[in-house]
Design a protein around this ligand. Structure first.
Ligand code: GUN
Length: 292
């Protein structure tokens, strides 16, 4: 069993980006600038956004965090998105999801300029991804693929079972892994809450990816010997033994599953840091694409 160390890989990617940015700065070129919009004060969202801002600082990107109370109106939020679209100093921005129920997430995502949509959530970018045309790839799937690429994991011809069909992870990842690219060329099964015989399906997986947000959902009897395991889950569960009162738990029961796997991502320190690294890659790309 080998751990897929997302923390270390993301650190390496940040170092590579830092070098690119400092070369650009020496040439008198613009510093990439990422903005993040956060609505409300959900602990998980706040820590993700804080980590994104911190990654910018480490690499040498400029960053701006824009916060709204959870009762902000949809109009105010849409106006903010339009302002960011029009601001030549901002190269890319994200609106952290989920948004409060009174705000239409689709409307917000659709309002983001596709050229600044570094999360890759806009229909134009998702469409380009489907057609294998240039655009921004969603950060978590792109991070998983980059992790596989750097660890030279063989994907061609493999059966990949993805549990979870979210717009952010499962659905785009199913397309990206089935494309004729490397990593890619998988035969993908996208499983979800209505899937029958999930255990039997998972047992057929050469690569098993869990993205459902259910702590310890994948157990050892669902895993084939030698499978590659990717855990996208990050649920906060109460832990009074820790000062902060919680710990992050993945969708995979790591203790049980790790000995059966060939490669496995830990939680934390697996997929999470790779998502942030992908966002940084997309931000630099946004600036270059926009000719700056
Ligand atoms: N919520 C969970 N993951 C993400 C992400 O990658 N981007 C944004 N904007 N919101 C998220």
């Amino acid at each position: 069993m080998q751990r897929l160390n997302g923390k270390e890989t993301a650190h390496q990617i940040r170092k590579e980006l830092q070098e690119k940015v400092s070369t650009r700065k020496e040439m008198g070129k613009k510093t990439p600038h990422l903005a993040a919009v956060l609505v409300g004060s959900d602990g998980g969202s706040l820590s993700y956004v804080t980590a994104k801002v911190k990654a910018c600082e480490e690499i040498g990107f400029d960053s701006t965090l824009i916060r709204f109370d959870s009762d902000v109106s949809e109009d105010t939020l849409l106006n903010q998105v339009t302002k960011l679209n029009d601001d030549p100093n901002i190269d890319g921005f994200i609106v952290q999801l989920p948004l409060p129920k009174h705000i239409n997430e689709t409307k917000v995502t659709d309002t983001i300029s596709p050229n600044k949509d570094v999360d890759g959530f806009h229909p134009m970018n998702l469409g380009n991804m489907m057609l294998n045309l240039p655009g921004f790839l969603p950060a978590t799937p792109a991070g998983i693929i980059e992790l596989m690429r750097r660890y030279k994991i063989e994907t061609s011809g493999k059966h990949c079972v993805i549990i979870g069909r979210s717009n952010i992870v499962g659905t785009p990842l199913s397309m990206m892994l089935s494309r004729n690219t490397n990593p890619g060329n998988c035969t993908v099964t996208l499983a979800h809450s209505r899937t029958k015989n999930l255990k039997e399906l998972c047992l057929q997986a050469d690569i098993l990816i869990a993205a459902i947000g259910k702590p310890d959902f994948v157990t050892s009897e669902m895993v084939k010997d030698g499978a590659v395991i990717i855990d996208v889950g990050t649920t906060r569960v109460e832990d009074t033994s820790r000062e902060r009162g919680w710990r992050l738990v993945g969708d995979v029961n790591f203790k049980e599953v790790a000995p059966k796997s060939s490669f496995i991502t830990p939680v934390p320190g697996g997929v999470g840091p790779m998502t942030i690294a992908s966002l940084m890659i997309n931000t630099l790309k946004a600036m270059e694409l926009n000719g700056k």
